[in-house]
Design a protein around this ligand. Structure first.
Ligand code: AMP
Ligand code: GLY
Length: 436
């Protein structure tokens, strides 16, 4: 069979890598892909949001299955378009993808179905005074979120009421996020530890993959700006069996049932961005897709045929997917360009990749890379993810392995965090840290 993967980051490289292991796959295309992906798939110069060109490509090349990585094509309705042309595609329809593309929809939905999340109110640009008064009634920190997709930058944590009032002005009056920020959510700050859980659903039932943790800030010890994600690991000891059961019964199950009840039956990967608090798990956000860089640790731990998983999500019967989660530890460290998440230079040659490729239990997932005259050059903010696999619960040795690999790679201005995976060691040491 022929498979098309849409997107060109580290997440998509991990998807292509896993799909390539499926016995029925003869050929993989990836649009637009990157230098790493081009070693195992044919890359096609079509942007992920160019839905009509993707459709034409899929029809002309008799693609059997399309798998969508990023949120933008999903929120633009790529699944609706492909389905209406009789093509099989993994992901939610536009109306279901709103769980990510409208934070107001997601919050109101959670309230209606009793899904635990931070208390909130929503405001439009005609309600600046009301928004300010609500902010004044809260104890800082105060969380302000743009309603629409804002490239991961739409959330501001305000340390004071004055800060919140300035932020309300930036969003609703100065419209720094354009139409995505014309409506906002203001919500209480949740104290706890963050985790990401992926549920694969056919709209009725679901299965879960290894629970992961993402490191969003640019510098060690969670300092500096928010990024797309600077590293990840799985499974996180933060989510033990009892906590996982709560997440399934209090969050995932009612979300899938609620979406069906709303006429928004959800098929695909439901990404639950969670805060594990003293009062239990609460939803920070839902995403309508796999996470990046969590996919780079979750898929190496999946023992099962991912193509079967995709088909079961599309056609039903996901519960009967024959899989297990490997008894191992996976850690991914992102190598970024100097300056990221702000402006950065590209076109720097990357050295050391061949040596790392020969290491066992280490996988390179490219993100912003490009092949020019046989050389691999940087072409984005997040450049490469290095994933290492180690023994179950052994974070010390897996951390050593991943950083041994990381240190072999070099490019001008390369930046990475040196503390990825360390939180897991603390969670294991302080088992009662959160829920005492
Ligand atoms: P989101 O895009 O909604 O996941 O928000 C981005 C990041 O902001 C999250 O990963 C959290 O670190 C932080 N955040 C969002 N909402 C809250 C909240 N209510 N309380 C504390 N931190 C939050
Ligand atoms: N790792 C965060 C995200 O994919 O949204």
């Amino acid at each position: 069979m022929k498979v098309l993967v849409v997107g060109g980051g580290g997440r998509e490289h991990a998807l292509v890598w896993k799909i390539a292991q499926s016995k029925n796959v003869e050929k993989i295309f990836c649009a637009p892909g990157n230098a790493g992906i081009s070693e195992i798939a044919e890359t096609i110069p079509i942007k992920a949001e160019d839905l009509n060109s993707l459709l034409n490509f899929a029809i002309e090349n008799k693609i059997d299955l399309t798998v969508v990585g990023p949120e933008l094509p999903l929120s633009l309705g790529i699944v609706d378009l492909f389905e209406s042309n009789g093509l099989k595609i993994f992901g939610p329809r536009k109306i279901s993808a709103e769980i990510e593309s409208s934070k107001i929809f997601a919050k109101n939905f959670m309230k209606k179905y009793g899904i635990p999340t931070a208390n909130y109110k929503t405001f439009t640009c005609d309600e600046i005074n009301k928004a300010e008064n609500f902010a004044k009634s809260l104890n800082p920190p105060i969380v302000i979120k743009a309603d629409g997709l804002a490239g991961g930058k739409g959330v501001t944590i305000c340390e004071s009421v004055e800060d919140a009032i300035k932020t309300i002005d930036l969003y609703l009056n100065q419209k720094i996020f354009g139409s995505a920020g014309e409506k906002i959510v203001i919500e209480e700050f949740l104290q706890g530890e963050e985790a990401s859980v992926f549920a694969i659903t056919d709209g009725e039932d679901f299965i879960t993959l290894a629970p992961a943790q993402d490191y969003k800030r640019i510098f060690d010890n969670d300092m500096g700006k928010n990024t797309g994600g600077m590293g990840s690991y799985a499974p996180t000891p933060l989510i033990d069996e009892a906590m996982f059961e709560r997440i399934k019964s209090e969050i995932i199950k009612p979300t899938i049932e609620g979406l069906k009840n709303e006429g928004r039956t959800y098929k695909g990967c439901l990404y639950c961005g969670l805060m594990i608090t003293k009062d239990g798990p609460k939803v920070l956000e839902f995403n309508c897709r796999f996470g990046d860089p969590e996919t780079q640790v979750v898929l190496p731990l999946l023992d099962g045929d991912i193509i079967e998983m995709f088909y079961r999500a599309i056609d039903g019967g996901v519960k009967n997917f024959n899989y297990s989660i490997k008894k191992a530890t996976a850690i991914c460290v992102i190598l970024a360009s100097s300056g990221y998440p702000d402006s950065y230079e590209i076109g720097k040659e990357i050295y050391g990749l061949e040596e790392v490729k020969n290491m066992s239990d280490v996988i390179l997932f490219h993100a912003g890379t490009k092949k020019v005259n046989g050389k691999i050059l940087t072409s984005g903010g997040r450049v490469i993810g290095v994933t290492a696999i180690g023994p179950e619960n052994d974070f010390e040795s897996t951390i050593k392995k991943v950083y041994t690999a990381v240190e072999k790679i070099k490019f001008d201005g390369m930046h990475y965090r040196t503390d990825i995976g360390k939180k897991a060691i603390n969670y294991i040491k302080n088992k009662t840290l959160l829920l005492e």
